[in-house]
Design a protein around this ligand. Structure first.
Ligand SMILES: *[C@@H]1O[C@H](CO)[C@@H](O)[C@H](O)[C@H]1NC(C)=O
Ligand SMILES: *[C@@H]1O[C@H](CO)[C@@H](O)[C@H](O)[C@H]1NC(C)=O
Length: 350
């Protein structure tokens, strides 16, 4: 959706910044015009509002409650057991992390290694699916007895379970906020490795949507990486998408602690954070044509939700884990939220 005031302020700001930098009206005009042309030529339009609404509010007029990694507090995260548990406890949808085994099988897993969530150890990128399938996902969970023997599901098994239970799926595609690489330029955010992951993920998801067209009405592809979302829209522009964002994610960890001990590096990353935040709110959402914006809960306010609503974009808050907060998002803000537990208050999983 085009906001005239928005566009004018965007290009005015770009114009002033380039003018200050180059002191050349000719260069400034050329570069600003190039940005305009670039956006006009390469941006994806949002999917029709009606379809985005079906995905974001499957129950019309009601706030959606989404179980984070399937609800990692109530069952081992990213498992079929978690999906069933979330459904049983009244979730509208589940957020699931897409990853790949070393032999290229799309699976559910959040981390780069299997150490935290299974009884195995080692990097995911060096384990074949057959090996991964032997691991026990309940081994380190607080409810390990109840869920003993739970295995890593393939993406497809998980999707089929969600379709059967009529749960909305928020696919989270690579780009952990706590493992970001240093960024050089706003659009070209990460290393070449991520680019290949973006390709691989977009191809896997495109096949999945083809095979299960019901997903167009019941799922959304989300990522911290604008590149992943852009790639997804290139491979299938009909898919509903969202950008995920946590302000200050380059310079600070999820709990607010500085990511880098060296002061110069911290300050440099803080500056990058300011640019990235600006790009998310003014450029990247438009370039990708996203329908929703998944933001760390502390940054959501009525004004903030309004900012996005005016642009035809829905805010979704993460991770909302206490009853009082849930009531605030549900009753006052009317904003969808992602939670680690459907049943009780718990600590956030970053
Ligand atoms: C993990 O647990 C499963 C099920 O108990 C077992 O079959 C497997 O050998 C274990 N793997 C490791 C690496 O301990
Ligand atoms: C999505 O829902 C709409 C309205 O119910 C329906 O017309 C359309 O066929 C559905 N699309 C798919 C791919 O299921």
């Amino acid at each position: 959706m085009l906001q005239l005031g928005d566009e004018v302020s965007l290009y005015s700001l770009v114009f002033v910044v380039i003018l200050l930098g180059t002191r050349s009206p000719v260069w400034t005009t050329a570069l600003t015009a190039s940005l305009y042309l670039f956006l006009a030529m390469f941006r994806f339009p949002q999917v029709p509002a009606g379809r985005a609404r079906r995905v974001l509010h499957p129950v019309p007029g009601k706030v959606s409650v989404v179980a984070h990694r399937g609800g990692g507090h109530d069952a081992p995260e990213n498992t079929i057991a978690a999906i069933r548990e979330a459904s049983k406890n009244g979730a509208t949808g589940v957020e699931l992390d897409l990853e790949f085994s070393s032999d290229g099988v799309p699976i559910l897993m959040h981390d780069d290694t299997v150490d935290r969530t299974t009884n195995g150890s080692g990097p995911l990128s060096q384990m074949r699916f057959a090996e991964l399938r032997k691991l026990d996902l309940a081994a380190k969970h607080r409810l390990r007895d109840k869920f003993a023997g739970e295995r890593i599901p393939t993406l497809e098994e998980a999707v089929e379970e969600c379709l059967k239970l009529q749960l909305t799926i928020y696919f989270d595609v690579k780009g952990h906020p706590d493992e970001v690489q240093p960024k050089i330029f706003l659009i070209d955010l990460h290393s070449g490795k991520t680019f290949n992951e973006a390709e691989e993920a977009a191809a896997a998801l495109r096949d999945l949507y083809k095979k299960h067209p019901g997903l167009y009405n019941s799922s959304i592809v989300c990522s911290f990486e604008p590149k992943v979302i852009y790639r997804m829209r290139q491979s299938d522009p009909e898919v509903v998408t969202a950008l995920t964002h946590r302000p200050w994610s380059l310079s600070r960890l999820g709990d607010g602690a500085p990511r880098f001990p060296a002061a110069w590096r911290h300050q440099w990353m803080t500056l990058m954070d300011v640019l990235l935040d600006w790009a998310h709110h003014h450029l990247l959402w438009r370039l990708c044509g996203v329908s929703a914006f998944l933001i760390q809960k502390n940054f959501v306010s009525p004004d903030y939700a309004q900012y996005w609503a005016q642009r035809g974009v829905e805010v979704v808050a993460w991770t909302v884990n206490t009853r009082v907060e849930k009531e605030y998002y549900q009753e006052l803000l009317h904003v969808n939220y992602i939670t680690d537990s459907l049943v009780e208050d718990c600590e956030p999983h970053y």
